[in-house]
Design a protein around this ligand. Structure first.
Ligand code: FMN
Length: 316
């Protein structure tokens, strides 16, 4: 049997499969053995209590879904007392995801959540920066650099920066995150979208616009993982539309060290175990001894690659 273990920086994972933040909850333990997953990534928490966005908060789209859940939160004390403990009972690294409104709030929250039982902090810098007209931190390399370096100064815990596919120069944003001290990149969050009910003429989401996820975004997310892989040396966790082992392999070949599964778990709460089993089957069929060998191993024609790179640098 192939070895599925991978290393994301210094963190050892038994396999590269973990949930995407917000698409996983403790109740999933009824459908999955959490001791079989690579890591447990919890729904983002924000330091300030808030209610989340207006309803309706989800709408189905062809090959995906739109959501505008927001980050409903009861604050960090409640989170530490009530939300975190059940996840720490498993023999699987716990990833705490943090969203915040300002650079200082991010840094303080990360410092507060740098607890011994937390293996990694994921900073959801795809969320709006209220100091910059609500544009997501990761839309821009400068705000990314500011947020990530402030976080780095406040924690010695491993931390990953979760980027947004809504940025036009993701490779440059990823580089800024690396230079500011992130230990890994999660590429990425949802893509901004909209849907209208043609009978009522109203937007299907209470918040008008929301994040598109699921198979519809997979080719975009895959392309961005590859662009980030060419831009940074820190590990990349691929995320966007993954629903089977072959999808996960594609992300690894594009440059991901590990993968996160989001929307697919809403359709089948047991899908991550199926992906892990499928990775074993793929490795056996293809004679792959260690899955970690796959990272970045997409076969590219050298000349084409140089031409494509020049184009990608010009057009973002
Ligand atoms: C209902 C829902 C809630 C989400 N909540 C969060 C969240 O709290 N924090 C976060 O970083 N990403 C959140 N996401 C984004 C996912 O983690 C993931 O990045 C995105 O959905 C793309 O992956 P997928 O296509 O596999 O779902 C959410 C996505 C959905 C669909």
């Amino acid at each position: 049997m192939a070895k599925l273990n991978v290393k994301v920086g210094d963190l050892k994972l038994r396999n590269p499969v973990m949930p995407a933040s917000g698409c996983f909850a403790i109740e999933y333990s009824e459908a999955l053995d959490f001791n079989n997953l690579g890591a447990l990534v919890i729904k983002s928490v924000s330091p300030k209590s808030r209610a989340g966005n207006p309803t309706p908060r989800v709408a189905e789209t062809p090959s995906g879904m739109l959501n505008s859940i927001g980050i409903p939160s009861k604050g960090l004390d409640y989170y530490r007392r009530e939300v975190l403990p059940p996840y720490t009972r498993y023999d699987t690294p716990v990833v705490v995801s943090i969203s915040a409104d300002t650079v200082d709030e991010f840094a303080q929250a990360v410092a507060e959540m740098s607890l011994p039982e937390v293996a990694v902090i994921e900073a959801n810098i795809s969320c709006p920066n209220l100091e910059a007209d609500g544009m997501a931190f990761a839309m821009d390399p400068d705000t990314t650099y500011k947020a990530v370096s402030a976080i780095r100064r406040h924690t010695s815990h491993p931390f990953w920066a979760k980027l947004t596919p809504n940025a036009s120069h993701v490779a440059v944003v990823a580089k800024a995150a690396e230079e500011a001290g992130a230990d890994g990149i999660v590429m990425g969050n949802t893509m901004l979208g909209m849907s209208i009910d043609v009978r009522t003429r109203k937007p299907k989401l209470g918040n008008v616009m929301g994040g598109l996820s699921g198979p519809a975004i997979k080719p975009v997310a895959l392309r961005m993982v590859h662009q980030c892989y060419r831009s940074v040396h820190i590990p990349i966790i691929g995320c966007g539309g993954i629903r089977c082992a072959e999808d996960a392999v594609e992300f690894m070949l594009a440059g991901a060290t590990a993968v996160q599964v989001g929307t697919a778990s809403f359709i089948d709460p047991g899908v991550m175990q199926k992906i892990i089993d499928g990775l074993h089957a793929y490795c056996d069929e293809m004679g792959v001894e260690r899955i970690s060998e796959l990272t970045g191993q997409v076969k590219l024609d050298r000349q084409l690659t140089d031409r494509w790179l020049r184009f990608a640098q010009q057009s973002g």
